[in-house]
Write a protein that binds this ligand. Sequence first.
Ligand code: HEM
Length: 466
Amino acid sequence: MSDAVPVNASTPAAAPPLREAPLLPGVPLLGQLLALRRDPIGTFLRAAQIPSDVVRMQVGPRDVYLVRRPEHVKYVLQENAGHFSKQTRGYDALRAILGNGLVTSEGAFWLRQRRLAQPAFHRQRIAQFASTMVDLTGQLLERWEKEAARGGIVDLSQEMMALTLRVVGWTLLSTEIGPDSPVVAEALNELLHQVMPRTTRLLQLPLSVPTPMNLALARARRQLDGIVLRIIEERRRSGQLGDDLLGMLMAARDEDTGEAMSDAQLRDEVMTIFLAGHETTANALTWTLYLLSQHPSVRAKLEAEVEAALGNRTPRFEDLPQLGYVLAVINESMRLYPPVWMLVRRVEVDEAVGGFRLPRGSFVAVSPLVMHRDPVLFPDPERFDPERFVGAAPNALPRFAFIPFSGGPRICIGNGFALMEAQLVLSMIVQRFRLDLVPGHRVERDPAVTLRPKFGMRMTIAARRG
Ligand code: HEM
């Protein structure tokens, strides 16, 4: 007897068979492995040239599927997010420092931690951070006044890192971490630059093997641990938990056991917020000010808006709706230079996207950078044009076309925080200064995990008012 299912008139038409996504041609056996090491952005943009909704890239023994239609990205990041995990080598590398915090954890554990942290990022709550952000920016600009009087040149990238680090420190951890900025920058640089090499290596040695890379990573971890554990220890010693994010995490009790978060878990969450909460925003601000220096008419329009909304006074939270063009400029800058330019997930069950097979154990890549430069979604994509984000214009975009903060359940928890901070900081800078690229300074993208300017961003700062 055959056990085939009988076909009758009411049986729905069979779905067309799944297809194999076209392959981005590469080197035999290695595929894109070396290309990804050499030029990851170029490799992804090349894949995006292949006229198919899904493109396969071979990376050594692994298959990575690039999805690039907004509806497919939505499927992966939101509708079926449970089938796509963060069990990838890239996240493993991040785990070596971030541990099992909000960025790297998964499942029920992640959900519980996310719910614990969420109140610290509610709109009313972050509104209260505006004055701290303004004060800290004001302090930086005071220093710039002196620099400007000397015809000053700054590395904007470093300046923005230090500022956003202080902002996270004061708003979420109630601590001064400005002086630690160089150490944080060095350790973070080490971590971010190890992710791609670790992802594309054929042989993966355990972290305990004392290779030069492992030793450097362990050193970076020790440096960052020194800072994070000090912050936690100081709070414990103060005898008061406080009502910032750190206090909330320390006060949290497990619903079932009544137990507080372990020291190790607290360390992982603080480390995650501390790192995820500053570097991305700093990159966004740095690229934005670079783009403004290259587009004087946009800069003039921005200055005019800030002038009209604020005159000479410092901004407040309530001013943000009057600074819509500032926000449009930031969004357009994150379109061209998304601070997180690529997201990868492991396919946990046999899946299909757009009629293409995504076998279990393969990987799926979503690249904000590729999406944001798709001429179908963003006509004339290389052009810096903030009008794309003015007023109701962005409503015409399909959902998941513009994804600097990712989307779905794992969307950036700090997106409101980051946008508010960027809007305030940028307004205050253009109100008082004009920044221009130092002639001859090389501007290149450094696609580590985040998109940073490879050689920093040396800019001259000139005061706009005496
Ligand atoms: C312009 C600035 C920022 C950008 C572009 C950005 C982008 C992102 C992206 C793309 C993700 C998803 C990462 C993934 O799937 O692995 C993410 C996650 C996250 N971000 Fe941000 N971020 C920014 C600022 C911030 C700030 C200011 C904070 C905190 C103060 C923050 C905290 C986090 C955390 C904790 C997660 C993990 C969320 C979760 O999975 O539950 N980010 N961010």
